[in-house]
Design a protein. Structure first.
Length: 466
């Protein structure tokens, strides 16, 4: 729902603000609320109603510099750039509107973005463009008084056929496809045999598989699913310090423009409710989506709700297509300004800010010893206040040591050896029976008792007095 607090403005049900003429600049506070389940999120933004000079002239029409007209083999993350902003009154550049369509007359859109940040350059988000397809792009400029220029000339371009090969045209890159034995949703049917229900990919993290499963009837099809390597994303602002299980992006077709869709994301590895879910696209950057994510009790899936052209849809237009990229991150402090230059192994399990010492030592987030330590953390540390404090401190100081281990690879065997006692304890606490746990718990007591007896001489016999 939308509302405002000004006598000079009104807000309709879809968030369009209409204003009356003002004698001088007036401020308006716009309020929006969104309810999902039992959670209601409220946001506010202050905008200014500007007294526009009667003589104000619109900006000059922009010219698209890249791609050039008729350009072939454009990347799927095409970088659209324009010439610099120009205004006959010398007004500043306040925002730009970007359109991409498959139709030359722009009668339907696959991308509609109005941005105050991406003024002369915009990188198309993941999974918006399809392989080997022809598109048209145009741009419009706005001056400081929101006077719009004419649209730029339409530019035709065609995407590459070589970046991601999809010979069987199932919407999954061939090198990311899974085997016929994968059944992430556990319904007894191989996921590859029911693409109308679920599609799966290999993540950029070793031995991890991710599946997108249709839940709501509003979804016509899961059109595409791809892995995103976190190391290819240079944007560090609000980026989580430790990215887990890789990033992914999917594209849905829904039964009507503006429809709401619900999907369930399955993982081949166990996940923790203490983790966070982040979305990323090239327009809005990193966004913490944990509040809108349901971590299911099976410990291997999350449920997401997205709205075509709205909540969670990266293409910004109600066009019957939803594009939604994201992934799981370790619950930790996010540095809003850090460039996150930490590193980890080749498994892609971290995106800036470093990674677990164990991950660095054993070489993979999915390595069995690392998984045992994760389970120990989830079951014995994150369940209590002292444990959570310890984990938070570990997250703060471990990136330095993890980076050091990755730089000095010769230290990895030593670190692995030093971690084995903790791995052993974790195995006993997680895998062993209750009796075994009790016996292991008694061992330290028996050891201390033996030390006491040794330090204080032999024990008293029956005939001796104190």
């Amino acid at each position: 729902t939308w509302s405002e607090d000004s006598s000079f403005a009104t807000m309709n049900s879809i968030g369009v603000l209409s204003t009356s003429e003002v004698m001088s600049d007036e401020t308006v506070t716009i309020m929006a609320s969104y309810t999902y389940g039992d959670v209601t999120i409220i946001a506010e933004k202050v905008v200014t109603i500007t007294d526009i000079p009667q003589s104000n002239l619109p900006p000059r029409s922009p010219q698209v510099m890249s791609p050039y007209y008729g350009q072939m083999e454009c990347e799927l993350l095409t970088n659209i750039t324009t010439e610099p902003f120009s205004d006959p009154d010398g007004d500043s550049h306040s925002q730009s509107r970007w359109h991409i369509s498959k139709k030359e007359d722009f009668s339907s859109l696959i991308l509609d973005v109005n941005s105050t940040e991406h003024l002369t350059k915009l990188i198309v988000p993941h999974t918006v463009l399809e392989i080997g397809s022809t598109y048209y792009v145009r741009v419009q400029f706005y001056d400081a008084y929101l006077e719009a220029s004419d649209w730029s000339d339409s530019i035709e371009f065609t995407t590459t056929t070589s970046d991601l090969t999809d010979v069987d045209a199932n919407g999954i890159p061939d090198d990311q496809e899974v085997g016929d034995d994968v059944d992430l949703n556990g319904d007894g049917i191989a996921d590859n045999d029911q693409p109308e229900v679920i599609k799966c990919i290999h993540s950029s993290v070793d031995n991890v598989t991710i599946g997108i499963c249709k839940i709501s009837d509003s979804i016509n099809a899961i059109e595409a699913l791809e892995t995103i390597d976190p190391s290819t994303i240079s944007d560090k602002i609000m980026r989580p310090q430790k990215f887990l299980l890789g990033l992914f992006s999917y594209r849905l077709s829904v039964n009507e423009p503006g429809a709401k869709a619900t999907v369930r994301v399955y993982f081949s590895e166990s996940i923790s409710k203490a983790w966070e879910f982040y979305k990323y696209d090239t327009i809005s950057g990193w966004q913490d989506w944990t509040e809108y994510t349901i971590f299911n009790n099976d410990g291997r899936s999350v449920t997401l709700e997205v709205v075509d052209g709205g909540f969670g849809d990266s293409d910004g237009v109600a066009n019957g297509i939803i594009v939604d990229p994201g992934g799981l991150a370790e619950a930790a402090d996010v540095d809003e300004t850090s460039d996150g230059t930490g590193s980890c192994g080749d498994d892609g399990s971290s995106s800036g800010g470093g990674c677990f010492i164990a991950t660095a030592a054993f070489g993979s987030y999915a390595e069995p010893h690392v998984k045992l330590l994760r389970d120990f953390r989830d079951q014995y540390l994150l369940t209590n206040i002292p444990g959570r404090w310890f984990v938070r401190m570990y997250y703060r100081f471990s990136p330095f040591w993890a980076d050091l281990i990755n730089i000095h690879t010769g230290s990895k065997p030593i670190v692995r050896l030093s971690l084995l006692p903790l791995v052993g304890i974790s195995y006993v606490l997680i895998k062993a029976s209750l009796v075994t746990k009790i016996l292991y718990g008694l061992l330290p007591a028996l050891f201390l008792l033996g030390c006491f007896v040794r330090m204080h001489g032999r024990p008293l016999t029956g005939g001796e007095q104190l």
